[in-house]
Design a protein around this ligand. Structure first.
Ligand SMILES: [Zn+2]
Length: 675
């Protein structure tokens, strides 16, 4: 997947609740962690008994064109590239059509107008016209002209409601943890406007220095003289260092890397408690930074209480200039790709058609998704996948009932949750066209982006004030090759895009599809009952007590064995997998494959399942990426997702004649089980 394809206009979700994707997108953490095939490797010599993943995938990966996606190739990447081609064709078809035939506010009208606006702007090199530049300078004047902290809070509120920018408290609207049908305000940790982690800023002097340099050039761009900008920028960097020094960096690291752990670490604080924590600006001041006069709920969720107190204590007039600069940089960053050169912008380095296509795929993702579904939705395919899903749910009920370590009460709780699960398979119905939406397209590309940000804010506020409806399709659009479990909805989403080869094909046998899309569905269902899913009840409310204590303890014992098993796996010969970090995904992989294998009645069918399963995880990538992902990605490397999972099943030994001494051999007493 190309970078940025999924970045929505909303604030980045450091602790987004819908974190249980099959594959992490590049928006959060990259995922495909296969290994690089050495040039010299003799592919035909790879035996299934020694390296099942290589045996199935080596030829395909060896032939793959790794120049297409930054050195990456594989099932997900290749399929997403195919999807991107289809999406580009759709956009071109729309923009080559007759504008007059498109209803005002329709997907076609928006895509048509946005495309030509972006094409013209990128051809002429001006995304912002004179009116926009005057507006930008006006906003900058408002920021730099604040006289008091009070005025500053209100300017922050304007930036948030119009640009999704929150330079102070990382506030954003999300599903309430305790009540999944309500929205809530979440205060996530402060991020530096330069994007550098706070840890780097205080541990590596260079980063603090580069903040000062960036701030200085920004101030000069906005009219300050060199000497003034020089002095002021040092104050900016030192304020950010003060925030970093008042932050529990270890905690922030966990919150940003492990959403499940971050749920456990969330703190609910009432508005009165916030007033005590932040005697300086109080709960009311925090609300104002989000454009609100008061909090519709009686409190907020937050994570780093110490940092919040630090920021509150630093919100004094002595620091006002530094706060202004932080807000200015955050504002400019929200549309930096559109800035004119005299404000630090750069010329486009790629074709203007490419720019327009990429931007539409990001900014008009929902509209494009509907157009994609209109053209590619295949009822039979969706019916097939739905039937597979129902068969797997039935199988799960049998598995759970047979599980030896669950109590009767625990089994009943899990089956209840399973019965209350919702399945969003394929794509949502198209939305009703609202002629008013025509006005999303502004007078320039910049103005359109502004309108889209305001639209997003309105949607968020609607969630906060009127509550959240359960619709799993909203979590992931149909054109993304992926699937996810949504813990706050107790729902899974299997996108239309993933219902393609090698995951699903009408030319495949039932068993091949079961090993492909079936194992994906089985994986997602399992997330409802993994170490993170266990925290949410049948209605998607955060409620770890929904399972009896004894079952949770027995679950932990089973999970410890799984963690240990994976921690003994390595990639690139010596680098171990982090069994703790990847636990939830590993449980889902084992569980998903077990569930589909149990559908089969003979080893011919099981062989088709194994081989199709191994094929969907084919991937290749540069070594340095693979190592990076090892420390960041909640999924095990793709090779491990195959080679550590298939030898847990006895039929694998029967089918391939795996014996002690073979690479794939795991002694019977070490073959962990999930249920
Ligand atoms: Zn997953």
């Amino acid at each position: 997947m190309r970078k940025g394809k999924l970045i929505s206009l909303a604030l980045a979700s450091a602790v987004a609740i819908s974190g249980c994707t099959l594959q992490t997108t590049e928006e959060t953490e990259p995922s495909e962690t296969g290994e690089v095939l050495e040039e010299a490797q003799d592919i035909s010599a790879i035996r299934a008994q020694d390296d099942f993943y290589g045996y199935i995938n080596a030829q395909y990966l060896y032939d793959a064109d790794i120049t297409l996606a930054d050195g990456n190739a594989g099932s997900f990447t290749d399929l997403q590239l195919m999807l991107d081609d289809q999406l580009e064709q759709i956009i071109h078809e729309i923009v080559d059509g007759n504008r007059d035939s498109y209803a005002p506010g329709s997907n076609e009208q928006l895509i048509y107008d946005a495309y030509y606006q972006l094409l013209d702007a990128s051809t002429g090199g001006y995304f912002m016209n004179d009116e926009d530049i005057a507006y930008m300078n006006d906003v900058a004047d408002q920021i730099l002209g604040t006289q008091t902290i009070d005025e500053y809070l209100d300017v922050c509120g304007m930036l948030y409601s119009e640009w999704g920018v929150n330079p102070l408290f990382g506030g954003r609207i999300d599903t309430s943890l305790a009540n999944s049908s309500a929205g809530s305000i979440n205060i996530v940790p402060f991020t530096s406007p330069t994007g550098d982690s706070l840890e780097l800023i205080i541990n590596g002097g260079y980063y603090a220095q580069s903040i000062a340099t960036r701030m200085k050039s920004l101030l000069i761009d906005f009219g300050m003289d060199e000497a003034g900008a020089d002095e002021r920028s040092l104050g900016d960097a030192s304020l950010i260092m003060d925030i970093a020094n008042g932050t529990d960096l270890e905690l922030v690291k966990i919150i940003s890397e492990d959403w499940g752990e971050s749920m456990k670490l969330s703190l609910y604080r009432t508005n009165e408690e916030l007033d005590e924590l932040c005697p300086n600006v109080g709960s009311e001041g925090i609300m104002r930074t989000m454009g609100l006069t008061d909090n519709p709920a009686d409190g907020v969720y937050l994570w780093e209480e110490g940092q919040l107190q630090t920021i509150d204590s630093l919100l004094i007039e002595e620091n006002l200039e530094a706060w202004q600069d932080i807000a200015l940089l955050s504002f400019i960053n929200s549309f930096s790709s559109m800035l004119p050169e005299e404000y630090g912008g750069t010329e486009l380095l790629f074709s203007n058609d490419r720019y327009a296509l990429d931007t539409i795929m990001t900014q008009f993702q929902d509209q494009l998704g509907e157009e994609y579904a209109e053209r590619y939705y295949d009822e039979e395919t969706v019916e097939d996948v739905t039937a597979i899903t129902h068969a797997l749910v039935d199988e799960y009920i049998v598995i759970i009932n047979e599980c030896e370590w669950l109590s009767d009460e625990g089994k009943a709780a899990i089956i209840n949750k399973l019965n209350n699960m919702e399945f969003y398979i394929g794509a949502d119905e198209p939305h009703e066209v609202d002629p008013e939406d025509e006005h999303i397209i502004g007078h320039s590309a910049f103005d359109t982006l502004h309108n889209l940000n305001i639209r997003q804010y309105e949607k968020d506020m609607d969630k906060l004030i009127n509550g959240i409806e359960r619709n799993g399709f909203e979590g992931m659009p149909p054109q993304i090759v992926n699937a996810c479990y949504l813990p706050d909805m107790n729902a899974i989403n299997i996108t239309l895009a993933i219902m393609n080869d090698p995951f699903y094909s009408s030319d495949n046998t039932y068993w091949q599809n079961l090993g492909g899309i079936g194992s994906v569905v089985g994986h997602e269902i399992s997330h409802a009952f993994d170490n993170h899913g266990m925290l949410f009840d049948m209605n998607g409310n955060y409620n770890p007590e929904w399972m009896p204590q004894e079952d949770r303890e027995a679950f932990d014992q089973m999970a410890d064995l799984v963690s240990q098993y994976y921690s003994e796996q390595t990639v690139l010969d010596i680098h171990p997998v982090d069994g703790e970090l990847t636990l939830g995904e590993n449980l889902a992989d084992i569980s998903g494959l077990e569930c589909v294998l149990r559908q089969a009645s003979n080893n011919e069918q099981r062989q088709e399942i194994f081989e199709s399963y191994a094929r969907i995880w084919a991937s290749v990538m540069p070594k340095n990426n693979a190592l990076d992902y090892l420390y960041l990605d909640v999924h095990s490397p793709d090779r491990i997702r195959v080679n550590a999972v298939v030898p847990l099943f006895d039929s694998f030994y029967e089918i391939y004649g795996v014996e002690e001494g073979d690479g794939m051999y795991v002694a019977p007493e070490d073959r962990i089980t999930r249920w």
